[in-house]
Design a protein around this ligand. Sequence first.
Ligand code: FA5
Length: 280
Amino acid sequence: QELTVAWDARHAVVAAADLEKRLAGDAVDITLPGRRPVLGAAHPVSRMIDELSEIFALLGFETAFGPEIETSYYNFDQLNIPSDHPARDVWDTIHIDLPGEIVLRTHTSPMQARIMEKSGPPVRVVVPGRVYRYEAQDASHEWMFHQLEGLAVDRNITMADLKGTLAELARQLFGSERRIRVRCDFFPFVEPGVDFAVDCAICGGKGCRVCKGSGWLEMGGAGMVHPNVLRAVGYDPDQVSGFAFGLGIERLVMMRSGVDDLRAFAANDLRFLRQFASAV
Ligand code: FA5
């Protein structure tokens, strides 16, 4: 009994000391500032897509999305590029199956027919998304990149509407002083076809490192929707007309932020990505 009493007494002392020690160790100084969690941020390409959707929403365009795995029917045939057409070589294609019926889309243009098939005119839509090409990588080419397709079809749409839309886009992205340049180009799904550029905001068109001395920065391809493309989806080209354009999204971010290597966007280097976290 003596031993038990002595044990209990000593145990109480040791347990109390232990509790005190643990409480002291766990003490929280509630006057210290909190630790901020590390917050992620949207990728610069995602930010540009959001910004473009907003700009085009104000111009009356909806935003739609389409499949990255696409049939060659929509990627080519419905765009006035039959299987024996040499223009297929322009888009170096990654095929998914051997007959070549299923491809990774080489551009966002296949959504033109998909959208027009589903709804009659008028159509005003932009389609951002990832596209793939069997292409060697360099500072201005990736095998996977992003485009934004634009399509407007209605009665009496003219080239002036296309130029006005592109000029407004350039001003919203690069400032109110900007001018655009439109030159002839060939794409089988538009007639006439053009490429368009914005005058370099950095040198004001005089020529600098960013615009490689030309004074102009290429933004993308565009044109008036080819009558064959309208006919293929059941639209009457005598009743309606339209314009379409396709922009390279990484290239837009490069132009605006002075990034000189396109490969940086997919390299996942946080030091690069963090620079955009608080921008825009
Ligand atoms: C097209 O893909 C057409 N579908 C654009 C179009 C749409 C024309 C509607 C007429 C009507 P192009 O291959 O030129 O066109 O690509 C358009 C833009 O994508 C280019 O201006 C460029 O900014 C970007 N781009 C093209 N290839 C690459 C690449 N390998 N890496 C990064 N960006 C690219």
